[in-house]
Design a protein. Structure first.
Length: 133
């Protein structure tokens, strides 16, 4: 009797396992069919996708090369501009030192005296009615 009950329980367990695995296997079959369709679509479209990707890569490489060239040109221009500004700053320093020399101070003072004498002579030689205007 124990053997019959054990076999009955064992057969019920197998029946339950089969009952739960059949829908699972059915769902796995559907997934496999969907994957096979996806695989076929990828096999058909993959060469075009790869070609587009390759063209995009070539375009990106070309753009990066052009940008690098423009950056190099800008860097060279900036170096030249810095060199010119450096020369101008040196000239300014030389000019400031030159202005402090007595000779340049003498020229500046002489220029001021000449202007003063011109103004004095213009006023001295002008007619009196011109002064009122």
């Amino acid at each position: 009797m124990y053997v019959e009950i054990s076999l009955l329980c064992l057969s019920l367990a197998v029946l339950l396992i089969v009952a739960f695995t059949v829908p699972l296997l059915w769902q796995v079959r559907k997934v496999v069919q969907g994957l096979s369709l996806t695989q076929e679509m990828l096999q058909k479209r993959l060469p075009a996708i790869l070609q587009n990707l390759e063209e995009s890569l070539v375009t990106v490489k070309r753009t990066a090369h052009i940008v690098n060239e423009q950056v190099e040109v800008a860097a060279v221009a900036m170096k030249r501009l810095q060199a010119v500004l450096g020369v101008l700053m040196e000239l300014e320093n030389v000019a400031r030192l030159g202005i402090k020399l007595p000779f340049f101070r003498f020229l500046r003072n002489t220029n001021a005296v000449v202007r003063g004498v011109k103004v004095f002579l213009n006023v001295y030689t002008s007619r009196p009615h011109q002064l009122g205007q």
